[in-house]
Write a protein of this length. Structure first.
Length: 193
């Protein structure tokens, strides 16, 4: 049986509208063999077919897989939250999925994922807030920071939909505001630290 990834950072790339091309760029900039567990969460309609992992694998040197309920985090891999399910880190360090239901909040919820990361992983948690509408992720980012993790966002003017990064910045929950082009290198640097 796999055991949860316990060595290095766990990075969540979260976004909504306009976030897909940004996630693809960040993943393309990550080197093969990087000992980081990467989680990708983009808001999706619950009825959407789950093909995001296959789409993201193109151009990514790390293996990309859909999240599975009860699966451990995998270092050196990218795990993608499916549509229609909220993704959280369980107390045992494994992934857990919760059916999202037919109505908002945003789904999958960045706040739920980031909150579970902050509480369960402490300083190993890294939240990266990308393009998106609304303020999903702002509360979760506050939890990540409160328990010693790091929060990074793109410059709002570089986002097609700047509400999500702006909400995190306005709450004072950001360690760094970075250009999209350097976020992959920043993540790689966290793994080496």
């Amino acid at each position: 049986m796999d055991t949860p990834f316990a060595a290095g950072p766990v990075v969540a790339l979260v976004g909504s509208a306009g976030g897909l091309p940004q996630v693809r760029q960040v993943l393309a900039d990550l080197p093969a063999g990087l000992e980081v567990a990467v989680l990708v969460l983009l808001h999706q309609q619950p009825e959407r077919e789950n093909q995001l992992a296959q789409l993201l694998q193109r151009g990514c040197a790390l293996p990309v897989q859909p999240a599975g309920d009860g699966e451990p985090l995998h270092g050196g891999a990218v795990t993608v939250a499916p549509p229609g399910r909220h993704l959280v880190i369980a107390p045992d360090g494994c992934l857990a999925m919760i059916r999202s239901g037919p109505f908002p909040p945003s789904r999958p919820s960045a706040d739920l994922l980031l909150t579970s990361m902050g509480l369960g992983l402490g300083e190993r948690a890294v939240a990266v807030i990308l393009s998106g509408d609304g303020n999903d992720g702002a509360t979760g980012a506050a939890v990540v920071r409160r328990f010693g993790g790091r929060v990074v966002t793109i410059e709002p003017r570089a986002a097609d939909h700047p509400s999500m990064p702006r909400a995190v910045i306005e709450r004072g929950m950001v360690d760094e505001v970075l250009p999209l082009a350097v976020i992959g290198d920043w993540i790689a640097g966290r793994a080496a630290a």
